[in-house]
Design a protein around this ligand. Structure first.
Ligand SMILES: [Zn+2]
Length: 341
């Protein structure tokens, strides 16, 4: 066992906790997933015990001692404040009554007797994507969009996560885009679960495929094989079919890429970032499809200055571990600021 200081990343989801360990040389000591049951339905007390139990397993797997963990980085789904206090109105992932208004960061710090940092899962994923390009010590700015059931991600400015006043910084999915400008996508009112019409998530997410894109394009391709299927099931088939060249499913992904292009153009004019990053299940595909998707993102952008058109678009790696790794990177920052790493 080494006695060098390390930090831990703890990604708490509704059903599972995933761990990683990161050392001062910015090396992750756990490859892939290291999971433990979250038992979040049984409330915070049981769940915090689960986090502590799983952490003991994780440090053993990483070959370090628990005492060498100087800071623990926690990330969870929201809604939660920037400091890690869950919304008093509850959260779909934390349904037990005791979770309402619960201070996750403080509760875990007390349970473990160690300093704890907090990020929501979207921002943790964004910090991981940023790290894969710029490392852990930088002043770079990046915008990450992660396409899953919804549209998550985050904004890193000057190397720091933009958490915002109430923890809602980087809620990129609910930024309105001029979707009417997307070619071949007319007469549509894309609605989002948040109540907005025409935000990024309403056009660019698995939910958008099921609610809006697939019904829209099936009217143009009425004899398509997906027309006979239940819509939620059919939506999950779109990516695979698009990757194999199915014309309708490629159109659905082209529209999503153009929506991202419009959104990234807004971000380019707001932040002039060093990098744009795309991640999520939607583009966990072969390289050729990823390259095509990125080229369609560019094609969907309005005309830009030469300096703007040169901003690189990256694909984010390692989807499953993004949350725990991003949380660990945030913990490493605190460790460095406090002289613990
Ligand atoms: Zn929305």
């Amino acid at each position: 066992m080494s006695n060098k200081p390390v930090v831990a990343g703890v990604d708490l989801g509704g059903t599972a906790i995933n761990y990683t360990i990161l050392n001062s040389e910015e090396q992750f000591l756990i490859e892939g997933l290291c999971e433990h049951p979250a038992r979040s339905k049984e409330g915070p007390e049981i769940c915090l015990g689960q986090i502590a139990d799983g952490l003991a397993i994780a440090v053993e797997r990483a070959g370090v001692a628990l005492a060498d963990v100087t800071v623990v980085g926690l990330d969870t789904p929201g809604p939660a404040s920037a400091a890690g206090v869950l919304s008093a109105r509850g959260s779909t992932n934390f349904v037990h009554a005791d979770w309402a208004g619960f201070d996750m960061r403080e509760g875990l710090a007390r349970k473990l007797g160690k300093p704890v940092t907090y990020l929501n899962d979207g921002n943790a994923g964004a910090l991981w994507g940023h790290f894969t390009i710029f490392g852990g010590q930088n002043e770079a700015t990046s915008i990450s969009a992660v396409i899953g059931t919804g549209l998550g991600g985050g904004v890193i400015v000057g190397g720091e996560v933009v958490k915002g006043r109430s923890g809602f910084g980087g809620e990129l999915g609910h930024v309105l885009i001029p979707y009417q400008d997307i070619a071949g996508f007319t007469g549509v009112q894309p609605r989002c679960n948040c109540g907005r019409t025409g935000d990024l998530e309403s056009v660019c997410s698995l939910t958008a495929i099921a609610n809006t894109l697939l019904p829209y394009f099936l009217r143009q391709f009425p004899s398509h094989e997906l027309a006979a299927m239940e819509i939620a099931q059919a939506a999950k088939k779109v990516r695979g079919l698009a990757e194999r060249g199915d014309p309708m499913c490629k159109e659905i992904f082209r529209v999503q890429a153009h929506a991202l292009g419009l959104f990234f153009d807004e971000m380019i004019n707001t932040f002039d970032p060093d990098a744009l990053i795309v991640g999520g299940g939607a583009i966990e595909t072969d390289k050729a499809f990823q390259d095509w998707f990125v080229s369609e993102i560019r094609a969907g952008m309005p005309g830009q200055r030469e300096e703007q058109a040169g901003i690189p678009i990256h694909i984010m790696p390692n989807g499953d571990t993004a949350g725990s790794r991003g949380a660990a990177i945030e913990a490493l920052k605190l460790a460095r600021h406090s002289g613990l790493a």
